[in-house]
Write a protein that binds this ligand. Sequence first.
Ligand code: SIN
Ligand code: CO
Length: 381
Amino acid sequence: MNKLTIDLAEFMQEFWQKKPTVLRGAYAPFIDPITPDELAGLATEEKAESRLVSLVNGKWKAEHGPFDDYSHLGEENWALLVQATDHWIKPVADLIKPFRGLPNWRIDDVMISYSVPGGGVGPHVDQYDVFIIQGHGSRRWRVGDNLGQTQFVKTPGLLHVDPFEPIIDEVLEAGDILYIPPGFPHDGYAVTEAMSYSIGYRAQNQQDLFSSFADYVLQEDAGQTRYTDANRTLTSEPGLVSQKDVNDLRDLMQSLMNDEQFFTAWLGTQLSSAKHELNIIENEWELISEELIPALEAEDELYRLGGLRCLYFDAQPDVCFVNGEKIAIPDGGRELAKLMCNQTELTLEHLSPYLDSISLTQWICDWCNKGYWYLASDAEE
Ligand code: SIN
Ligand code: CO
Protein backbone atom coordinates (compact mmCIF):
# COMPACT_ATOMS: atom_id res chain seq x y z
CA MET A 1 0.00 0.00 0.00
CA ASN A 2 1.12 3.54 -0.71
CA LYS A 3 2.50 5.36 2.33
CA LEU A 4 3.60 8.91 3.07
CA THR A 5 7.31 9.35 3.73
CA ILE A 6 7.07 12.89 5.06
CA ASP A 7 6.19 14.12 8.53
CA LEU A 8 2.71 15.53 8.05
CA ALA A 9 2.73 17.31 11.42
CA GLU A 10 5.83 19.27 10.36
CA PHE A 11 4.28 19.95 6.97
CA MET A 12 1.21 21.39 8.68
CA GLN A 13 3.28 23.86 10.67
CA GLU A 14 5.35 25.07 7.79
CA PHE A 15 3.13 24.90 4.72
CA TRP A 16 -0.55 24.18 5.38
CA GLN A 17 -2.61 27.18 4.22
CA LYS A 18 0.62 29.19 4.07
CA LYS A 19 2.69 28.40 1.02
CA PRO A 20 2.86 25.94 -1.87
CA THR A 21 5.59 23.34 -1.93
CA VAL A 22 6.82 20.28 -3.79
CA LEU A 23 7.21 17.27 -1.52
CA ARG A 24 9.65 15.10 -3.43
CA GLY A 25 9.11 11.38 -3.10
CA ALA A 26 6.50 11.98 -0.40
CA TYR A 27 4.35 9.11 -1.63
CA ALA A 28 7.12 7.01 -3.16
CA PRO A 29 7.27 4.35 -4.37
CA PHE A 30 3.87 5.14 -5.77
CA ILE A 31 1.64 2.50 -7.29
CA ASP A 32 -1.29 3.91 -9.27
CA PRO A 33 -4.52 2.71 -7.63
CA ILE A 34 -6.33 2.80 -10.99
CA THR A 35 -5.34 2.50 -14.65
CA PRO A 36 -6.15 5.07 -17.36
CA ASP A 37 -8.55 2.49 -18.85
CA GLU A 38 -10.40 2.15 -15.55
CA LEU A 39 -10.63 5.94 -15.31
CA ALA A 40 -12.00 6.10 -18.84
CA GLY A 41 -14.49 3.39 -17.82
CA LEU A 42 -15.66 5.55 -14.91
CA ALA A 43 -16.01 8.52 -17.25
CA THR A 44 -18.54 6.58 -19.34
CA GLU A 45 -20.92 6.64 -16.36
CA GLU A 46 -23.52 9.35 -15.98
CA LYS A 47 -23.10 9.36 -12.20
CA ALA A 48 -19.37 10.20 -12.32
CA GLU A 49 -18.61 13.89 -12.87
CA SER A 50 -16.11 14.01 -15.70
CA ARG A 51 -14.62 16.71 -17.87
CA LEU A 52 -12.43 16.75 -20.94
CA VAL A 53 -10.23 19.79 -21.35
CA SER A 54 -8.24 20.32 -24.52
CA LEU A 55 -6.13 22.97 -26.17
CA VAL A 56 -6.47 22.89 -29.93
CA ASN A 57 -4.71 25.49 -32.10
CA GLY A 58 -4.31 27.74 -29.07
CA LYS A 59 -8.01 27.49 -28.16
CA TRP A 60 -9.20 25.92 -24.92
CA LYS A 61 -12.24 23.69 -24.90
CA ALA A 62 -14.05 22.06 -21.97
CA GLU A 63 -16.70 19.38 -22.30
CA HIS A 64 -18.74 17.60 -19.65
CA GLY A 65 -19.05 13.81 -19.54
CA PRO A 66 -20.06 11.07 -19.78
CA PHE A 67 -17.57 10.17 -22.51
CA ASP A 68 -17.01 7.02 -24.46
CA ASP A 69 -14.82 8.18 -27.28
CA TYR A 70 -11.53 10.04 -27.26
CA SER A 71 -10.48 9.29 -30.84
CA HIS A 72 -11.12 12.87 -32.03
CA LEU A 73 -8.60 14.22 -29.55
CA GLY A 74 -5.30 12.99 -30.92
CA GLU A 75 -2.19 12.31 -28.90
CA GLU A 76 -1.47 15.67 -27.39
CA ASN A 77 -2.92 18.55 -25.38
CA TRP A 78 -5.89 17.09 -23.62
CA ALA A 79 -6.80 15.86 -20.18
CA LEU A 80 -9.65 13.82 -18.76
CA LEU A 81 -10.66 14.80 -15.21
CA VAL A 82 -13.01 12.82 -13.00
CA GLN A 83 -14.27 14.16 -9.65
CA ALA A 84 -14.95 12.20 -6.48
CA THR A 85 -13.27 9.03 -7.71
CA ASP A 86 -12.85 8.00 -4.07
CA HIS A 87 -16.61 7.47 -3.99
CA TRP A 88 -16.37 4.73 -6.58
CA ILE A 89 -12.99 3.05 -6.24
CA LYS A 90 -11.72 1.87 -2.88
CA PRO A 91 -7.99 1.83 -3.71
CA VAL A 92 -8.39 5.50 -4.66
CA ALA A 93 -10.18 6.27 -1.38
CA ASP A 94 -7.23 4.61 0.36
CA LEU A 95 -4.99 7.43 -0.93
CA ILE A 96 -6.64 9.64 1.71
CA LYS A 97 -5.65 7.34 4.58
CA PRO A 98 -2.29 8.98 5.36
CA PHE A 99 -4.04 12.38 5.43
CA ARG A 100 -6.68 11.39 7.99
CA GLY A 101 -4.96 13.58 10.59
CA LEU A 102 -6.97 16.29 8.87
CA PRO A 103 -10.59 15.95 10.01
CA ASN A 104 -13.25 14.29 7.86
CA TRP A 105 -15.19 17.50 7.41
CA ARG A 106 -12.26 19.26 5.72
CA ILE A 107 -11.81 16.60 3.03
CA ASP A 108 -13.67 17.11 -0.22
CA ASP A 109 -12.76 14.45 -2.74
CA VAL A 110 -10.08 12.81 -4.84
CA MET A 111 -10.12 14.12 -8.40
CA ILE A 112 -8.09 12.16 -10.93
CA SER A 113 -6.75 13.54 -14.13
CA TYR A 114 -5.28 11.59 -16.99
CA SER A 115 -3.34 13.76 -19.40
CA VAL A 116 -1.48 13.15 -22.62
CA PRO A 117 1.64 15.26 -23.35
CA GLY A 118 0.77 18.95 -23.24
CA GLY A 119 -2.56 18.22 -21.48
CA GLY A 120 -3.74 20.26 -18.52
CA VAL A 121 -6.48 22.68 -17.56
CA GLY A 122 -4.51 25.91 -17.99
CA PRO A 123 -3.53 28.59 -15.46
CA HIS A 124 -6.13 28.89 -12.71
CA VAL A 125 -6.73 29.49 -9.02
CA ASP A 126 -8.60 27.18 -6.64
CA GLN A 127 -10.36 28.26 -3.46
CA TYR A 128 -9.31 25.08 -1.69
CA ASP A 129 -6.15 23.39 -0.48
CA VAL A 130 -5.02 20.55 -2.66
CA PHE A 131 -2.39 17.83 -2.57
CA ILE A 132 -1.65 16.80 -6.14
CA ILE A 133 -0.02 13.38 -6.07
CA GLN A 134 1.84 12.52 -9.23
CA GLY A 135 1.07 9.01 -10.45
CA HIS A 136 2.79 7.43 -13.42
CA GLY A 137 4.34 9.76 -15.98
CA SER A 138 5.61 13.26 -15.37
CA ARG A 139 4.06 16.67 -15.33
CA ARG A 140 5.53 20.17 -15.20
CA TRP A 141 3.89 22.41 -12.63
CA ARG A 142 4.21 26.13 -12.23
CA VAL A 143 2.80 27.86 -9.19
CA GLY A 144 2.69 31.63 -8.75
CA ASP A 145 2.40 33.82 -5.68
CA ASN A 146 -1.02 34.62 -4.24
CA LEU A 147 -1.48 38.13 -5.59
CA GLY A 148 -5.25 38.11 -5.87
CA GLN A 149 -5.15 37.38 -9.62
CA THR A 150 -8.34 38.16 -11.48
CA GLN A 151 -10.20 35.12 -12.73
CA PHE A 152 -12.04 35.18 -16.04
CA VAL A 153 -14.03 32.85 -18.25
CA LYS A 154 -12.95 33.08 -21.88
CA THR A 155 -13.82 29.48 -22.56
CA PRO A 156 -17.18 28.25 -21.22
CA GLY A 157 -16.58 25.95 -18.27
CA LEU A 158 -13.00 27.09 -17.63
CA LEU A 159 -12.07 29.69 -15.05
CA HIS A 160 -8.60 30.95 -15.91
CA VAL A 161 -6.09 33.57 -14.78
CA ASP A 162 -3.44 35.34 -16.85
CA PRO A 163 0.02 33.75 -17.09
CA PHE A 164 1.97 34.42 -13.89
CA GLU A 165 5.56 34.60 -12.66
CA PRO A 166 6.28 31.19 -11.09
CA ILE A 167 7.64 30.77 -7.58
CA ILE A 168 7.66 27.01 -8.20
CA ASP A 169 8.54 25.53 -11.60
CA GLU A 170 9.25 21.83 -11.37
CA VAL A 171 8.63 18.54 -13.10
CA LEU A 172 6.86 16.05 -10.86
CA GLU A 173 7.56 12.33 -11.10
CA ALA A 174 5.63 9.39 -9.67
CA GLY A 175 5.29 9.70 -5.90
CA ASP A 176 6.00 13.44 -5.71
CA ILE A 177 3.32 15.65 -4.20
CA LEU A 178 2.58 19.27 -4.98
CA TYR A 179 0.73 21.07 -2.21
CA ILE A 180 -1.12 24.27 -3.15
CA PRO A 181 -3.00 26.43 -0.63
CA PRO A 182 -6.09 28.38 -1.74
CA GLY A 183 -5.46 31.38 -3.95
CA PHE A 184 -2.08 30.44 -5.46
CA PRO A 185 -2.35 30.33 -9.26
CA HIS A 186 -1.06 27.14 -10.85
CA ASP A 187 -0.71 25.48 -14.20
CA GLY A 188 0.37 21.92 -14.85
CA TYR A 189 0.83 20.17 -18.14
CA ALA A 190 1.86 16.64 -18.82
CA VAL A 191 5.39 16.06 -20.11
CA THR A 192 4.63 12.41 -20.78
CA GLU A 193 1.28 10.66 -20.54
CA ALA A 194 0.44 11.05 -16.85
CA MET A 195 -1.99 10.44 -14.03
CA SER A 196 -2.49 12.95 -11.18
CA TYR A 197 -4.50 12.45 -8.03
CA SER A 198 -5.77 15.63 -6.36
CA ILE A 199 -6.87 15.32 -2.75
CA GLY A 200 -8.99 18.42 -2.40
CA TYR A 201 -10.22 20.10 0.75
CA ARG A 202 -13.37 22.00 1.60
CA ALA A 203 -13.62 25.34 3.32
CA GLN A 204 -16.97 27.08 3.50
CA ASN A 205 -17.26 30.82 3.20
CA GLN A 206 -19.68 32.93 5.24
CA GLN A 207 -22.21 32.92 2.41
CA ASP A 208 -22.29 29.11 2.34
CA LEU A 209 -22.64 28.95 6.11
CA PHE A 210 -25.27 31.65 6.52
CA SER A 211 -27.47 30.39 3.71
CA SER A 212 -27.33 26.82 4.97
CA PHE A 213 -27.99 27.97 8.55
CA ALA A 214 -31.00 30.00 7.39
CA ASP A 215 -32.34 26.96 5.50
CA TYR A 216 -31.97 24.86 8.64
CA VAL A 217 -33.75 27.45 10.81
CA LEU A 218 -36.71 27.35 8.39
CA GLN A 219 -36.67 23.58 8.04
CA GLU A 220 -36.73 23.14 11.84
CA ASP A 221 -39.20 25.98 12.27
CA ALA A 222 -36.77 27.39 14.83
CA GLY A 223 -35.85 31.00 15.63
CA GLN A 224 -39.28 32.13 16.78
CA THR A 225 -38.00 34.38 19.59
CA ARG A 226 -39.12 37.88 18.70
CA TYR A 227 -37.51 41.21 19.42
CA THR A 228 -38.94 43.00 22.47
CA ASP A 229 -38.26 46.44 24.00
CA ALA A 230 -40.21 46.79 27.26
CA ASN A 231 -37.64 49.28 28.62
CA ARG A 232 -37.74 51.69 25.68
CA THR A 233 -37.64 55.44 26.40
CA LEU A 234 -38.67 58.11 23.92
CA THR A 235 -36.26 59.52 21.34
CA SER A 236 -35.88 62.96 19.72
CA GLU A 237 -34.39 61.26 16.62
CA PRO A 238 -37.05 58.87 15.34
CA GLY A 239 -35.00 58.28 12.17
CA LEU A 240 -32.09 56.81 14.12
CA VAL A 241 -31.68 53.09 14.77
CA SER A 242 -29.70 53.47 17.98
CA GLN A 243 -26.53 51.48 18.62
CA LYS A 244 -28.35 49.72 21.47
CA ASP A 245 -31.13 48.64 19.08
CA VAL A 246 -28.53 47.45 16.57
CA ASN A 247 -26.78 45.44 19.30
CA ASP A 248 -30.07 43.99 20.57
CA LEU A 249 -31.11 42.84 17.10
CA ARG A 250 -27.69 41.34 16.45
CA ASP A 251 -27.80 39.62 19.87
CA LEU A 252 -31.20 38.17 18.97
CA MET A 253 -29.75 36.66 15.82
CA GLN A 254 -26.57 35.52 17.52
CA SER A 255 -28.46 33.87 20.39
CA LEU A 256 -29.61 31.22 17.92
CA MET A 257 -26.07 30.61 16.77
CA ASN A 258 -24.90 30.55 20.39
CA ASP A 259 -27.34 27.75 21.17
CA GLU A 260 -24.71 24.98 21.16
CA GLN A 261 -27.20 22.14 20.63
CA PHE A 262 -28.98 23.84 17.77
CA PHE A 263 -25.79 25.12 16.17
CA THR A 264 -23.99 21.77 16.23
CA ALA A 265 -27.13 19.95 15.05
CA TRP A 266 -27.16 22.22 12.00
CA LEU A 267 -23.40 22.02 11.53
CA GLY A 268 -23.47 18.23 11.72
CA THR A 269 -26.03 17.94 8.95
CA GLN A 270 -24.27 20.61 6.88
CA LEU A 271 -20.73 19.25 7.17
CA SER A 272 -21.69 15.61 6.75
CA SER A 273 -23.63 16.18 3.52
CA ALA A 274 -22.04 14.77 0.39
CA LYS A 275 -21.26 17.23 -2.38
CA HIS A 276 -20.85 14.49 -4.97
CA GLU A 277 -23.03 11.45 -5.51
CA LEU A 278 -22.30 8.47 -3.29
CA ASN A 279 -22.18 4.92 -4.58
CA ILE A 280 -24.81 3.62 -2.17
CA ILE A 281 -25.63 -0.01 -2.88
CA GLU A 282 -28.25 -1.21 -0.47
CA ASN A 283 -28.00 -4.84 0.54
CA GLU A 284 -30.26 -7.14 -1.43
CA TRP A 285 -30.92 -8.97 1.80
CA GLU A 286 -30.86 -7.63 5.35
CA LEU A 287 -27.65 -8.25 7.18
CA ILE A 288 -28.53 -9.60 10.62
CA SER A 289 -26.39 -9.89 13.75
CA GLU A 290 -26.26 -13.68 13.41
CA GLU A 291 -24.41 -13.21 10.12
CA LEU A 292 -22.24 -10.25 11.07
CA ILE A 293 -20.31 -11.91 13.87
CA PRO A 294 -19.40 -15.13 11.97
CA ALA A 295 -18.34 -13.03 8.97
CA LEU A 296 -16.03 -10.92 11.13
CA GLU A 297 -14.74 -14.10 12.78
CA ALA A 298 -13.96 -15.45 9.31
CA GLU A 299 -11.75 -12.38 8.87
CA ASP A 300 -14.06 -10.32 6.77
CA GLU A 301 -13.72 -6.64 7.52
CA LEU A 302 -16.20 -3.82 7.48
CA TYR A 303 -15.36 -1.07 4.97
CA ARG A 304 -16.88 2.38 5.02
CA LEU A 305 -18.43 3.60 1.81
CA GLY A 306 -15.97 5.87 -0.03
CA GLY A 307 -16.73 9.57 0.47
CA LEU A 308 -19.24 8.97 3.28
CA ARG A 309 -18.98 11.75 5.87
CA CYS A 310 -19.30 10.66 9.49
CA LEU A 311 -18.97 13.22 12.28
CA TYR A 312 -19.65 13.71 15.97
CA PHE A 313 -19.49 16.57 18.45
CA ASP A 314 -18.60 16.70 22.13
CA ALA A 315 -21.73 18.82 22.62
CA GLN A 316 -23.96 16.08 21.16
CA PRO A 317 -23.03 12.86 22.98
CA ASP A 318 -26.17 10.94 21.94
CA VAL A 319 -26.03 11.42 18.19
CA CYS A 320 -23.67 11.34 15.27
CA PHE A 321 -24.07 12.83 11.81
CA VAL A 322 -23.81 10.76 8.68
CA ASN A 323 -24.48 11.84 5.14
CA GLY A 324 -26.47 14.89 6.21
CA GLU A 325 -28.57 12.97 8.74
CA LYS A 326 -28.65 13.02 12.53
CA ILE A 327 -28.39 9.44 13.79
CA ALA A 328 -29.29 8.48 17.36
CA ILE A 329 -26.64 6.40 19.15
CA PRO A 330 -28.05 3.48 21.15
CA ASP A 331 -27.30 3.31 24.90
CA GLY A 332 -23.67 2.49 25.55
CA GLY A 333 -22.74 3.07 21.92
CA ARG A 334 -20.81 6.33 22.14
CA GLU A 335 -17.39 4.70 21.76
CA LEU A 336 -18.65 2.53 18.91
CA ALA A 337 -20.07 5.60 17.16
CA LYS A 338 -16.71 7.35 17.51
CA LEU A 339 -14.98 4.32 16.03
CA MET A 340 -17.36 4.32 13.07
CA CYS A 341 -16.73 8.02 12.49
CA ASN A 342 -12.97 7.88 12.98
CA GLN A 343 -12.12 4.68 11.08
CA THR A 344 -12.79 3.62 7.53
CA GLU A 345 -12.07 -0.08 8.13
CA LEU A 346 -13.14 -2.14 11.11
CA THR A 347 -12.10 -5.65 12.09
CA LEU A 348 -13.36 -8.09 14.69
CA GLU A 349 -10.67 -6.74 17.02
CA HIS A 350 -12.11 -3.21 16.82
CA LEU A 351 -15.69 -4.35 17.17
CA SER A 352 -15.52 -7.23 19.66
CA PRO A 353 -16.07 -4.99 22.75
CA TYR A 354 -19.52 -4.13 21.34
CA LEU A 355 -20.68 -7.43 19.89
CA ASP A 356 -22.03 -8.76 23.20
CA SER A 357 -24.74 -6.11 23.00
CA ILE A 358 -27.67 -7.05 20.77
CA SER A 359 -28.67 -3.43 20.21
CA LEU A 360 -25.16 -2.32 19.25
CA THR A 361 -24.63 -5.29 16.95
CA GLN A 362 -27.96 -4.48 15.33
CA TRP A 363 -26.90 -0.86 15.01
CA ILE A 364 -23.79 -1.90 13.06
CA CYS A 365 -26.06 -4.00 10.81
CA ASP A 366 -28.33 -0.98 10.31
CA TRP A 367 -25.39 1.02 8.95
CA CYS A 368 -24.58 -1.84 6.59
CA ASN A 369 -28.20 -2.15 5.48
CA LYS A 370 -28.19 1.52 4.56
CA GLY A 371 -25.22 0.83 2.30
CA TYR A 372 -22.86 2.92 4.46
CA TRP A 373 -20.58 0.04 5.39
CA TYR A 374 -20.02 -3.27 3.63
CA LEU A 375 -18.48 -6.56 4.53
CA ALA A 376 -15.63 -7.81 2.39
CA SER A 377 -12.46 -9.75 2.82
CA ASP A 378 -9.08 -8.10 2.40
CA ALA A 379 -8.52 -10.04 -0.78
CA GLU A 380 -11.69 -8.84 -2.53
CA GLU A 381 -11.74 -5.26 -1.26
C1 SIN B 1 -5.26 18.69 -13.01
O1 SIN B 1 -4.91 17.65 -12.44
O2 SIN B 1 -5.10 18.86 -14.22
C2 SIN B 1 -5.88 19.81 -12.25
C3 SIN B 1 -5.52 19.82 -10.83
C4 SIN B 1 -5.57 21.21 -10.29
O3 SIN B 1 -5.05 22.10 -10.88
O4 SIN B 1 -6.12 21.45 -9.21
CO1 CO C 1 -6.14 23.56 -9.53
